[in-house]
Design a binder for this molecule. Structure first.
Ligand code: H79
Length: 497
């Protein structure tokens, strides 16, 4: 905090950059400011690209770069505890770090030759898992570009592999019917023009301006090279130099959008002139969707204020790039991940699961297993995931509701011991569950109106009876048809107290 105050004072701006809250309802600003560099796009875009984004449900993230070669270890020594995450291994420090590690890392590209890489095989796996979009790392914090960029030598053409990996990925996924978004880290650890603190001297300003132009050039290049992409997923945009470049980033966002109609950009790209990130100083979303749900989910739908969002999630606790050794850490199971998926879509969010292929281009065997298990589940249950919206019902302790037209879905994770699923319906609504079934199971389920008669209860209840002989060791989906009540149950009089 002190740092931030100091920085703000140094730059002659009496501001303390506000950071977005991801752990509770949004704090509303108490006063309205005049903002010049606020949101460019409407609050809720309704164009076809944005509607497609809303319908994805499940996505895949892929982190790939030279960090895949070490896979979070070097010569049998683990970077665990010495580096923040596997894709951060370049910053390995402390007792366990190999001698001259940064130098070793910065030369790894000379060995990058992923002989087993097959973009079509990745795309097939993603499709079989049920992913509708994917996000691919074109360049992570180390600055290594997986496409033949004209603007830096540290790129794929200088490796033994040589070929344009971004092109292979974009083409294969697009061909498979999966929309592609490009991940782009603004932060670059080993670019001499990169700056963390805002430039002060003329020389520093010149230097950082070169970095800004370089960033712009690379982004325009990506849009030129891969016109099929649907969006850009930004990262590494939290340093003061970038934050103070709000004029530049505002114009750049406009330029990118003009060049690529329909382009989707999340809230992490830029901030307003008061240093507010993700949301401007008046609390309005910057960009098209909330992009702060990284390894976390909102606990309540209300926290989202109706915004679009995605959640990006790792299988290990933290580690986006390849991690050879999954022992001694908790890796999320397909049950964990399916629950996070349903929790996300029940709150109008997309769930994006990360994969970190190895240095040869093969997925971790643990990831193969997860993709297969999720895919098997999705094959049966995906209608509760794609194109659904938040259902306006009280939260259920059995699982998560999603809704599409007159279909209400309840994905059950907690099966009650009495096999009665009780659905609370607002007495004022006319739409009630008129029939129910389990997706992938033939039997029609009995639905009973159970007016339990609580005083002052806003709800009435519908009981869905699960067949005792129906067994499942995975979450299952109850699909209900919503319609007008046919039986006119008499209204009980509430005593006036
Ligand atoms: O690519 C994966 C990670 O490597 C990357 N994002 C995902 C998708 C990532 N980089 N950094 N982080 C995640 C976390 C960084 C947190 C911090 Fe900060 C950066 C702590 C201090 C500087 C942002 C700014 C959070 C607090 C201040």
């Amino acid at each position: 905090m002190l740092n931030k105050i100091l920085l703000s004072t140094i730059f002659g701006l009496s501001i303390i950059p506000a950071n977005a809250q991801w752990n509770g309802p949004k704090k509303k600003p108490t006063e309205t400011k005049e903002i010049k560099y606020g949101s460019i796009t409407p609050k809720h875009r309704t164009d076809a690209s944005m509607e497609a984004f809303r319908n994805y449900g499940l996505g895949q993230f892929i982190h790939w770069g030279v960090y895949a070669i070490p896979g979070n270890e070097w010569n049998g020594v683990s970077a665990k505890g010495g580096a923040a995450a596997s894709e951060w291994i370049r910053s390995w420090s402390g007792k366990t770090a190999p001698k001259d590690w940064t130098k070793i890392y910065d030369n790894l590209y000379k060995q990058f030759d992923p002989k087993s890489f097959n973009a079509n095989a990745w795309a097939k796996q993603a499709k079989d898992m049920g992913a509708k979009y994917m996000i691919f790392t074109t360049k992570h914090h180390d600055g290594f570009a997986l496409w033949p960029t004209k603007y830096s030598d540290y790129n794929i053409t200088k490796t033994p592999y040589k070929k344009d990996i971004v092109k292979e990925v974009v083409d294969a996924y697009t061909e498979a019917g999966i929309d592609v978004y490009l991940y782009f880290s603004v932060l670059e650890w080993n670019n001499p023009d990169y700056m963390y603190k805002a430039p002060q001297t003329e020389e520093e300003k010149k230097k950082y301006n070169r970095f800004l132009q370089y960033t712009r050039n690379q982004l325009l290049e990506l849009l030129d090279n891969y016109p099929q992409i649907k969006g850009l997923w930004f990262d590494g945009t939290w340093d003061q130099a970038w934050i103070q470049s709000y004029d530049f980033t505002y114009n750049l966002e406009k330029e990118l959008r003009d060049k690529h109609p329909g382009l989707i950009i999340g809230s992490r790209f830029r901030n307003d002139e008061f240093g507010s990130r993700h949301f401007d100083s008046n609390g309005d979303l910057l960009g098209d969707y909330e992009q702060g749900w990284e390894r976390k989910l909102p606990a309540k739908y209300e926290w989202l204020d109706g915004n679009d969002w995605d959640a990006v999630m790792t299988i290990p606790p933290n580690g986006w790039g390849y991690m050879k050794d999954w022992s001694g850490i908790y890796t999320k199971t397909s049950d964990d991940l399916i629950e996070l998926l349903m929790k996300s879509v029940s709150m109008n969010g997309n769930f994006v699961l990360n994969f970190g292929p190895d240095g040869l281009g093969k997925m971790h065997s643990g990831e193969d297993k997860i993709a297969k298990e999720i895919g098997e589940w999705m094959k049966i249950n995906s209608e509760a995931v794609y194109g659904v919206r938040h259902a306006n019902l009280d939260e259920s302790k059995y699982g998560y509701f999603t809704q599409k037209e007159d279909n209400l879905y309840l994905t059950v994770f907690n099966r009650p011991v009495n096999n009665i699923i009780r659905i609370a319906i607002d007495k004022k609504t006319t739409e009630i569950p008129v029939s129910a079934s389990i997706i992938g199971h033939q039997k029609v389920l009995e639905v009973k109106h159970s007016d339990i008669g609580f005083d002052l209860d806003k709800n009435t209840y519908y009981d869905i009876l699960l067949p005792k002989d129906y067994n499942s060791n995975k979450a299952f989906v109850i699909k209900m048809k919503m319609g007008k009540s046919v039986d006119k149950t008499e209204k009980l009089m509430d005593a006036k107290m």
